[in-house]
Write a new protein. Structure first.
Length: 302
């Protein structure tokens, strides 16, 4: 089944305690679609400026990502600059330049409108909602966001949340969105805004899913070298939505499996800068790490 994503395609400049990268390929939709491309057909909606090199578009095409929805506008591509200290769970945004995103009007190509799975990656919540208005009858809509929008456009974000099935968000951002320090209470409050399911991403501590069927806890893969956490959330979402779209089923059991595939993809992604940790994988490596997750969390019943 097909999967549509709208989000940012960006130039990222990132500093971690282990090195730095300047103006490398990034963006929420880029990480998401690269990750999801290992599971399903992905249709990408975003905008880039006239400074965006063709080689990056060729990379997306090489992953068989449909880029018909990637618009090119005159102006500069979105830029994000961030720094991580030794606590790699916390990104410090140094600069955000919306550039061509400031005047972006998403146009969903006709052949994308029947997409059954939709992911609204981190982007202005107004644009997320505009995309949702153009798709016909999606079976499952998930959404991501961040503090930039929680603080900058809280009402617009809450409006978008009314129409999504699932929200994925970082732990600190969940507390901020709900204005509630206790995570369980924060989750309850966020579910009352609209989504039926909430996934709270907790960096190296894994993730928690909250829904009517209870709470599910998934660990993060215990890596010896985490190089650059940028895109961890989006590659998680890509593995998660890519798997669900591939199997065409959104039962509680499938959502749990999808969370593990998301965690697998995030673990590959953080092993290198930009898309380097994820761009040359094969499905066997992904399945092998999925099985390692099973061993990691398995214990016998009483
Ligand atoms: P994450 O998966 O949360 O690490 O997301 C990292 C990506 O989000 C980076 O590649 C950035 O280009 C992108 N990003 C950062 N800030 C924003 C924003 N305000 N809107 C859209 N995308 C953003």
């Amino acid at each position: 089944m097909s999967l549509l994503v709208v989000g940012s395609v960006a130039f990222d400049s990132v500093e971690t305690p282990f090195g730095k990268a300047e103006e490398v390929l990034g963006g929420s939709a880029t990480y998401f679609s690269t990750s999801a491309s290992y599971f399903t057909e992905v249709k990408l909606v975003a905008v880039v400026g006239d400074d965006f090199p063709e080689e990056h578009v060729d990379f997306l095409k090489s992953r068989e990502i449909d880029v018909k929805g990637l618009q090119r506008s005159s102006g500069k591509t979105f830029r994000w600059k961030g720094r991580y200290d030794f606590d790699l769970n916390q990104a410090h945004t140094l600069d955000t330049q919306l550039n061509v995103f400031a005047s972006f009007k998403p146009q969903i190509p006709e052949e994308y409108k029947d997409a059954e799975y939709v992911f609204l990656a981190n982007i202005d919540p107004v644009l997320q909602l505009e995309v949702l208005k153009q798709v016909r009858k999606p079976k499952f809509v998930a959404c991501d966001t961040m503090n930039f929008w929680i603080e900058g456009k809280p009402d617009e974000l809450k409006e978008t949340l009314k129409y999504v099935d699932l929200l994925t968000i970082n732990e600190g951002e969940a507390r901020e969105l709900a204005k509630e320090p206790n995570l369980v209470l924060a989750a309850k409050k966020i579910l009352s805004y609209g989504p039926k399911t909430l996934i709270v991403k907790r960096g190296e501590y894994g993730s928690l899913m909250f829904s009517d069927s209870g709470i599910f806890s998934a660990p993060a893969y215990p890596l010896e070298s985490v190089f650059d956490p940028t895109g961890a959330g989006d590659s998680f979402a890509g593995g998660f939505m890519g798997y669900l779209s591939n199997i065409g089923n959104i039962s509680d059991g499938s959502i749990r499996q999808a969370i593990i595939f998301g965690s697998v993809m995030a673990s590959f992604n953080v092993e290198d800068f930009s898309l380097n940790g994820m761009k040359d994988l094969n499905y066997k490596e992904i399945e092998e790490r999925f099985k390692e997750f099973k061993r990691l969390t398995h214990f016998e019943d009483l």
